[in-house]
Ligand binder design. Structure first.
Ligand code: FAD
Length: 464
């Protein structure tokens, strides 16, 4: 609590020192010697101070990268363009070009020293870390048990790094189950449990090391499932009371399996707080039902439900696959429907939190200003304590800093999802994220305008 106050006042000092064109209400508050305390309804997300802490080089880089990302043809053909550039420029020059542009914009660094430098900078702005190990798999990319064990070691290292540094404040990390459990088995489990549900306790017993039998799985599949559950168990054991682990949602053909293991982990580890969370994708028509089921399951099981609420990243692929297989489209018919679903599920969760702050937690993981504004308004209206951490916000590193900073200044817990690793390891991850988030990248006009304004201001100052 003390630290939150210190961070807010440090931010306030920083912003008043840096701001010359702040919104009138902030100027009045500053003149009265009070920290700004805007009502959520009046958040404009136009605070230029988010960009004043960036160097000239960082501003130019962000503008260049966002401009590139605003052309769908470039983003869609990223892999081909990068292969061509690699063969023309050679590996070393290509790597340093990537390092100084896309990588520097969206990745925290390669080793603990570099990551710590980025995180310290973030922490002085009042933002919190949500480290993400850039490992994931899709169908046909499965690796062996040894590789999954190595992935587990990388995740355990992520747990350690997340909580053992000065910049760690109530840290979170993202976890992709498909880095530890084969996507093929996730698909099989999804089919199996659609006919015959598995009890969460069955999975909990397997996590505890019992040689349980899983109905409808072959012995080799059951053996891999048990190993994977033990890997997940080790990560959860290492993170309880230290780091909140947020399990990502992926494709509909495997999500029921990911949800099942996440709920089992919650049942085991969320007795006294939300250490394991799962993701709900509002672009799916079924998500309302799934979320309501998860709420009653957590109530019946007596554990805390941690929810990452997102719109969803895999829309194009979901639609193409459904059309190819002649299934109904699982995705909402239009962006407005996704938006309505997002806002209404947000309200459902906030009302549950207001009633039972210990029972539920949510991270509003979106770059959408309207959803963020609504969430903050509801938090105020429902009298939810901002400092309790039961409601927090999340954006990706390198994106929408003006949204993140406004929220942090107003005392909300704000996390940046932070991938890290070598250029070679993170580029495929970044390409996938860029392709999945095209609607956002095309729409970040406001961020580019704010960056341009700041660049213009700096150049004018230099010219004087
Ligand atoms: C911290 C963090 C963690 C995340 N974790 C996950 C995760 O685990 N799994 C995951 O899938 N995604 C995840 N995402 C990505 C997220 O789902 C979105 O892709 C991304 O944030 C864009 O949505 P938005 O609300 O920020 O932006 P907005 O611009 O408001 O919305 C864009 C989104 O709306 C939806 N949409 C766009 N057009 C249509 C249409 N025609 N019909 C229906 N819907 C449409 C799509 O979901 C699209 O991504 C995460 C994002 C963040 C910030």
């Amino acid at each position: 609590m003390t630290c939150t106050r210190m961070c807010s006042s440090r931010l306030y000092l920083l912003s008043t020192r840096l701001m010359s064109t702040a919104a009138p209400r902030i100027v009045q508050a500053a003149a009265a010697g009070k920290p700004p305390n805007l009502l959520a309804a009046s958040f404009t997300f136009e605070d230029p101070s988010a960009f004043r802490v960036k160097s000239l080089r960082e501003l130019c880089r962000a503008l260049l990268v966002f401009r590139f990302c605003s052309f769908p043809v470039l983003v869609n053909n990223c892999n081909k363009l990068m292969s061509a550039a690699r063969s023309i420029l050679g590996r070393r020059v290509f790597s340093s070009l990537m390092r100084s542009t896309v990588y520097a914009q969206f990745v925290a660094g390669e080793n603990e020293k570099e990551i710590s430098e980025s995180m310290e900078k973030m922490s002085t702005l009042g933002l919190r870390p949500m480290l993400a190990v850039p490992i994931e798999e899709d169908l046909g990319e499965s690796t062996g048990e040894k590789r999954y064990d190595e992935n587990m070691d990388a995740m355990l290292e992520c747990v350690r790094m997340s909580h053992s540094n000065a910049w760690s404040k109530d840290p979170m990390m993202q976890l992709k189950v498909t880095a530890l459990l084969s996507p093929e088995l996730c698909v099989k489990l999804t089919k199996v449990i659609s006919k015959q549900a598995y009890e969460l306790d069955l999975l909990v017993r397997a996590m505890d090391g019992e040689e349980v039998k899983f109905p409808s799985l072959e012995e080799s599949e059951a053996a891999h499932f048990r190993c994977s559950l033990r890997r997940l168990n080790r990560i959860a054991e290492a993170s309880v009371n230290k780091v909140r682990v947020l399990v990502d949602a992926e494709y509909t053909y495997m999500n029921p399996a990911l949800s099942l293991v996440s709920m089992a982990m919650m049942k085991k580890f969320n007795k006294d707080g939300a250490w394991i969370w799962y993701t709900f994708q509002c672009y799916l028509k079924e998500t309302r039902t799934l979320l309501l089921e998860a709420i009653s399951r957590s109530r019946e099981g007596g554990f805390c439900l941690g929810v990452k609420l997102v719109r969803g990243a895999y829309m194009d692929k979901e639609r193409k696959l459904a059309a190819k297989e002649g299934r109904p489209d699982p995705v909402q018919d239009c962006w407005e429907d996704t938006n309505d679903n997002y806002n209404s599920l947000l309200e459902v969760l906030l009302r549950h939190i207001a009633e039972d702050p210990q029972g539920y937690r949510i991270i509003v993981a979106t770059h959408n200003e309207e959803s963020v504004r609504r969430a903050a308004e509801w938090v105020e209206e429902l009298g939810i304590d901002k400092a309790s951490g039961s409601v927090c916000f999340g954006q990706l590193l390198g994106m929408c800093d003006h949204v993140s900073l406004t929220l942090a200044k107003e005392g909300y817990a704000v996390y940046k999802s932070v991938p890290y690793g070598s250029v070679d390891d993170t580029l495929p991850y970044l390409v996938r994220r860029a392709q999945e988030n095209q609607t956002v990248l095309k729409g970040i006009r406001k961020e580019r305008d704010l960056l341009r304004k700041e660049l213009h201001r700096r150049l004018m100052l230099r010219g004087r």
